[in-house]
Write a protein that binds this ligand. Structure first.
Ligand SMILES: [Zn+2]
Length: 391
């Protein structure tokens, strides 16, 4: 417990608590407490100290889960994307239950610099402007440079020292051979920078193919959009990646849905469901997907026969663990980032979990980031029967 309690959030009367932990996705608890933005305890209200709250929420028997994480977005600046000329796409995404976004490269910046000093400067600036400004409260981990030929070890050391923690998708720049990519990814890793790769066919005219051999040779921390963005690799290569990789296997909304199910089924056979993480790959040619993570959860749960409480872990806890984040799990000391939701009105099934397993989206009723309420009833999801309320 921190010495000084400045803010204390109590959320009581929770109907179901999802943990984000694939080994134990449901917690027996009706109340959760966060102090100064961090989770301190959860359990039965009668056993907990709910006195002195600065904010109390009556969950009205709805479901609380760790806020969803989108492992693959292409932000540029603020809450604007030039890719489809859209404003407020991040705010819309928050209304889809997503509280954290991870950049796979700010590649839609008009006039994006491809010279080394320029790409480093842009990565550092992008990291800063999203650290300094959270659109609607959403955490955006950005500043993800795309590697180009000519980069040397010192460049990665410089980037890390300046606060850069991610690489953009390998393959979107001029480096398209496994040997060079491997060298740069190793340098990045040496300085604590995480890496991802564009798996599959070209996404738009001008981008290239990355096949399974190149993914394996490069050895990134995340196999970016294993189901293609948009074009997926042939099935045997996807199966090979699932078999060979210890890295995160990222399934995206703006990819091939059949390949997503192949990845899920193969990972399950291999007992690797803990490696599955979700992204949207938006903004992109297919646009912005504010409900993309919820749609992936419902799709994988219903068509892939995964219990909904497990499918939710693909969209929060698994990503948190693979990406080493202090959100996405109900854990002491983790950020109090939550989504509260309930079964959509007139959807099939008796509970939220049954409804999702039948392929329906839940209705988001509230989001919380760092212990503060960031949105109430979603303007984007179908309405739920019950919504939480601030007391
Ligand atoms: Zn890509």
């Amino acid at each position: 417990m921190p010495d000084e309690i400045i803010e204390k959030l109590v959320i009581r009367n929770i109907g179901l608590m999802l943990s984000g932990k694939i080994e134990q996705p449901i917690y027996e608890a009706d109340t959760i407490i966060a102090v100064n933005g961090k989770i301190t305890e959860w359990g039965a209200e009668k056993d907990m100290d709910v006195e002195g709250a600065t904010t109390t929420v009556n969950a009205n028997e709805t479901t609380l889960a760790p806020g969803l994480i989108d492992s693959h977005v292409h932000p540029v600046v603020g809450d604007y994307t030039p890719r489809q000329q859209q404003l407020h796409w991040i705010d819309s995404t928050l209304h889809g239950g997503v509280t954290t976004l991870i950049s796979a490269g700010e590649v839609h910046m008009p006039g994006r610099p491809k010279d080394i000093v320029g790409l480093k400067a842009m990565a550092i600036a992008s990291q800063r402007w999203y650290e300094n400004f959270r659109p609607s409260g959403v955490k955006v981990h950005a500043g993800a440079p795309v590697i180009e030929h000519g980069m040397v070890e010192e460049d990665f050391a410089d980037l890390a020292k300046a606060g850069v923690k991610l690489l953009g998708e390998v393959g979107l720049g001029s480096v398209k051979d496994g040997r060079t990519a491997r060298q740069m990814v190793d340098w990045a890793r040496k300085y604590g920078i995480q890496s991802t790769i564009h798996t599959g066919g070209p996404s738009i005219p001008g981008s290239g193919l990355i096949d399974a051999d190149m993914v394996l040779e490069t050895g990134t921390d995340v196999v970016g959009h294993i189901n293609g963005g948009h074009s997926a690799l042939p099935d045997d290569q996807i199966v090979c990646l699932c078999e060979s990789c210890k890295a995160a296997l990222e399934i995206v909304h703006n990819g091939n849905e059949r390949a997503a199910l192949l990845t899920l089924n193969t990972a399950r056979e291999l007992d690797k469901l803990d490696q599955l993480i979700l992204g949207t790959d938006g903004p992109a040619g297919s646009g912005v997907q504010p409900l993309g993570i919820l749609r992936m959860i419902a799709m994988l749960s219903s068509l892939g026969n995964v219990p909904a409480e497990v499918a939710f872990c693909f969209g929060n806890g698994n990503t948190a663990r693979q990406r080493k984040l202090d959100t996405g799990l109900i854990e002491t000391g983790f950020c109090a980032d939550f989504v509260l939701m309930d079964q959509a009105q007139h959807s099939g099934g008796k509970t939220l979990l049954e409804s999702v397993q039948l392929g329906n989206l839940p209705g988001v009723g509230m989001t919380v980031i760092d212990g503060r309420i960031t949105s109430a009833r979603s303007r984007n999801t179908p309405p739920a029967w019950r919504v939480p309320e601030t007391v």
